[in-house]
Design a protein around this ligand. Structure first.
Ligand code: SF4
Length: 118
């Protein structure tokens, strides 16, 4: 035993310091996780209309260019930005889509899975 120092108090102090440090870095870790998530969303690749899945659904980056003969359900005014499956925020030029996981679609785009936002 060190003269005048209780070993149990050292352990207790060490534990308290560790816990305090952990609590101090917790908000930083959360902020970093949010940044990483934001960076991933920003880095998402745009859906290529020629991609087999996109082509099968008639995806176009400009809704006005939808193949109206093949996809009769298209109606003027429909676009990804107004679709229930669109995950971008209002005003964003592009955003995620539940159909094309991990990729971005144009807010002005369209595909035959379009479902009007409620
Ligand atoms: Fe756009 Fe909706 Fe089709 Fe996704 S499902 S590509 S948001 S129209």
């Amino acid at each position: 035993m060190l003269a005048g120092i209780d070993p149990s108090s050292l352990l207790k102090e060490s534990f308290m310091t560790t816990r305090r440090s952990f609590i101090q870095i917790l908000p930083l870790a959360g902020a970093l996780a949010l940044c990483a998530r934001g960076a991933m969303a920003a880095d998402a690749v745009a859906v290529d209309p020629k991609d087999p899945q996109a082509a099968a659904l008639g995806y176009v980056t400009d809704a006005t260019k939808a193949d109206k003969a093949k996809f009769a359900k298209y109606a003027a005014g429909q676009a990804c930005g107004g679709c229930q499956l669109y995950q971008g925020k209002a005003g964003d030029a592009s955003g995620g889509c539940a159909i094309f996981a991990g990729k971005k679609v144009s807010a002005k785009g369209w595909c035959s899975a379009y479902a009007k936002k409620a």
